[in-house]
Design a protein around this ligand. Structure first.
Ligand code: GLN
Ligand code: ZN
Length: 761
């Protein structure tokens, strides 16, 4: 019999129960016991939803993050955490910094742990901290209790843990500690854990080593051997799991590690399946991740069976089936999406539906396709409808993207020439001041948008409201004395959704939430078809804003790469193709803005960097199409129109070529927290265009002083020619209050005045 299992189920609950419970607990509105009960009931529901599988994952649930849970499991808590708090509160201290309700008990410095992206996903984990003092010790109670809980409900338990080598690889060292020098010590703790799990009657343990899909140097490859030769001796069977990509150079290693089974991602690693089938020892289980755990499309069950049946015949009992990776990265359940277009809904599968797909495939393999004939037929109909639907395929868009020429990505003249033209047009002072786009999103703004959406506010009243917000924002900027103004983005809830809703080819769900970190969830829109822009999206607001001021008001758009990277995208054409379609739609908007008299246009690419592939060897290919897409969106304008772009980060060291190649007239970036050192790379590269290094951190309520800004800009001026420097905050101001924003921007403007005097003498 072919067996089925799941690598992990989303934790947040169908209605984001976990989010609301966590936030209530953090506000001291519910007891810890209540929170624990909610967690337990979510786990029960999730196991039940996976009841048809042969194994149920245990340990995939987490109150915050599974990597942080692993840190607690192996006794690696930062020293600053209050030892008197109970385990869960210590966990929250590490995750969030000093928590409000515990402020009196937390005398230590309780800075939050660093958070970063889990491989190439939008899930963020808490980075384990290690140094040469780190000693590991097993704290297995939490995991063992969950194992008992699932067993009591008669589930066939398969604990899920992050492997020791991946754990160390994810960790950060504050000193020179060689991470791998801690491996032996860590492996001892894992051995103890596996013995404890065996004592609980566990047969199989899933141990995740996703680093196997990254470029590993020999010391890490060796570490994997070393760890698994030790863990092999424990009395459980290990299923080593890899996901998110191909094994490539690590394929032989993955096949040869002494474990009892290997899971590979059969979606991204499709081309490697037959090699793994050939190379894996006949004593080992092969688990194929055949259902895409990273997107929301239905699996083509019949086509999957076509290639899977011969493998099943060959491997028989040795074949297991699963989603490609944990389902953490997809929404929970499609069932209640009643507002979605019926045809589009019929093409989708969220976690619950993916588990059903898995069961159908296993059934077809174990009992013949005829045993699930009606399910297969339904699936075939949905797949065919998607393949042929004219909602998906728009011949006009296809023709247009096939006719994209090189010239479309080039400005009329090179930067030097444009800069002169623009200098004459704008006559901006040295150190021109501007902002990144959004201004405070007050309750009144959120209310108005909500009431407009649910019909409580009619169109013309809504329009009046937004206009009054724009006017207010322009007036304040005039009063403060900024040089390049913005309209403030009051009409936007989200920088991707706002545009997606106005583009053809985009769909939106009501409950399609995915965990981003802790209690934070995002609801990525779905790109289901060819993208086009039926009508201008921002022109009316931009023109209204410009009509209120003689100073230039920047048009404000989200770039194609960011639209792509923050959406669920089609799997029936390359990402690069979808990105080009987005680029054409944004280009239309850019040209309409220009035509309407908007002289400066900013195209945000907040998410360009995070789209980089896991393997550096594939970066260039991504950067090539990503940068081309940006340029197609931006570069149809005349020399006298100034293009800005903004990026919410500043690690440009390894991609500075690509950034320069984008050729935006002005780039604004996040730099304030690094004392401008991040500008070194622009300096060394001799970056030719203008730069606005963020001079204060908008994530903090602190209001910067004039002196702080002047001193940061003085540091910037040591690295960058002052003719090229702009003054602006790190990012948009939508999360701040007016009482913070107004004085901060006044300081920014005063700083520019003082710099103009001191640095030009
Ligand atoms: N223009 C956007 C804003 O100011 C940019 C946000 C972002 O880069 N994340 O809000
Ligand atoms: Zn930003």
């Amino acid at each position: 019999m072919i067996r089925t299992h799941n690598l992990g189920f989303p934790r947040i609950g169908k209605n984001r129960e976990l989010k609301f419970a966590l936030e209530s607990y953090w506000r001291s509105e519910i007891s810890q016991q209540k929170l624990l009960n909610i967690g337990q009931s979510l786990r029960e529901q999730h196991w039940q939803l996976q009841g048809n599988l042969d194994f149920q994952p245990v340990g995939d649930f987490s109150f915050y993050d599974h990597v942080l849970d692993t840190s607690i499991l192996v006794g690696n808590e930062p020293g600053r955490v209050n030892p008197d708090a109970n385990t869960l509160d210590r966990l929250f201290q590490i995750a969030r910094g000093q928590s409000q309700q515990n402020s009196t008990t937390c005398e230590h410095h309780c800075a939050a742990g660093e958070m970063t992206k889990w491989f190439d996903t939008n899930y963020h984990y808490i980075v384990p901290e290690i140094d040469n003092q780190t000693r590991f010790a097993l704290h297995a109670d939490n995991l063992l209790n969950q194992v008992r809980e699932a067993k009591a409900l008669n589930h066939n338990v398969k604990p899920v843990i992050v492997g020791p080598v991946t754990y160390l690889w994810l960790a950060k060292t504050k000193d020179e500690t060689n991470k791998l020098s801690l491996l032996d010590d860590l492996v001892v703790v894992y051995e103890q854990l596996l013995i404890r799990l065996a004592d609980e009657g566990v047969e199989w343990v899933q141990i995740d080593e996703p680093i196997l899909v990254t470029e590993l140097d020999p010391s890490w490859q060796h570490a994997l051997k070393q760890a698994y030769f030790s863990l092999h001796k424990t009395p459980v069977k290990l299923l080593l799991t890899t996901y998110f990509g191909q094994l490539k150079d690590n394929l032989l290693l993955a096949c040869e590690l002494p474990v009892d089974g290997l899971h590979i991602d059969a979606i991204t690693g499709f081309d490697e399946i037959s090699k793994v089938v050939d190379w894996l020892s006949p004593l080992k289980v092969l688990s194929l991740g055949i259902i895409n755990g990273r997107n929301i499309w239905k699996t083509d069950l019949n086509t999957t069976l076509d290639w899977l049946e011969p493998i099943a015949t060959r491997l028989k009992d040795r074949l297991w089936l699963a989603p490609s990776c944990s389902l953490l990265h997809v929404p929970v359940d499609l069932t209640n999406e009643d507002c979605l277009d019926k045809e589009i809904k019929s093409w989708l599968a969220f976690a619950v539906q993916k588990i059903e797909e898995l069961s159908v495939i296993a059934h077809a393999l174990n009992y013949g396709r005829s045993s699930v004939a009606s399910q297969l037929q339904h699936n075939a109909a949905a797949i065919a409808s998607r393949q042929h639907s004219d909602r998906v395929h728009n011949p006009v868009v296809k023709t247009r993207s096939s006719e994209i020429s090189n010239a479309m990505s080039q400005r009329q003249s090179d930067y030097k020439h444009r800069a002169l033209t623009q200098k004459k047009r704008f006559k901006l002072p040295l150190f021109p001041t501007t902002t990144i786009g959004s201004f405070p999103q007050t309750n009144a703004i959120r209310q108005a948008r909500k009431h407009y959406k649910n019909g409580q506010l009619n169109h013309s009243d809504y329009e009046q409201f937004i206009k009054s917000e724009i006017k207010h924002t322009i007036d304040i900027q005039e009063e403060i004395g900024l040089d390049v103004l913005v309209h403030g983005e009051a009409e936007r809830n989200d920088m991707v959704e706002y545009f997606g809703q106005q583009l053809d080819g985009y769909a939106f769900t009501e409950f399609g939430w995915v965990q981003s970190y802790g209690s934070r969830c995002v609801k990525p829109p779905i790109i289901y078809g060819d993208i086009s822009r039926p009508n201008p999206m921002t022109v009316a607001w931009a023109c209204y804003a410009q009509s209120l001021s003689k100073k230039p008001v920047k048009g404000m758009l989200t770039g194609p790469v960011t639209m792509l990277n923050w959406s669920f995208v089609r799997d029936d054409q390359p990402r690069s193709q979808t990105c080009l379609q987005l680029a054409l739609a944004i280009r239309d908007e850019v040209l309409d803005l220009e035509q309407a008299g908007i002289s400066i246009i900013q195209i945000d690419e907040a998410a360009l960097r995070e789209g980089l592939p896991l393997r550096q060897s594939q970066w260039q290919q991504y950067l090539d199409w990503a940068v081309t897409s940006f340029k197609i969106s931006a570069n149809g304008v005349s020399d006298s129109t100034q293009i800005h772009t903004h990026m919410c980060y500043s690690e440009f060291n390894d991609i500075i070529d690509a950034i320069a190649n984008m050729d935006a007239d002005v780039i604004t970036i996040e730099t304030s927290r690094s004392d401008m050192e991040l500008l070194d790379v622009f300096n060394e590269f001799n970056y030719p265009n203008d730069i606005g290094p963020g001079v204060y951190d908008i994530h903090s309520p602190n209001i910067p002083s004039v002196e702080q800004i002047v001193s940061l800009m003085t540091l910037a001026a040591e690295r960058i020619d002052i003719e090229k420097l702009w003054l602006n905050p790190d990012c948009g101001l939508k999360t701040r209050g007016w009482d913070e924003v107004t004085p901060a921007l006044k300081a920014l403007v005063s700083a520019s005045h003082s710099l103009r005097k001191t640095l030009t003498q």
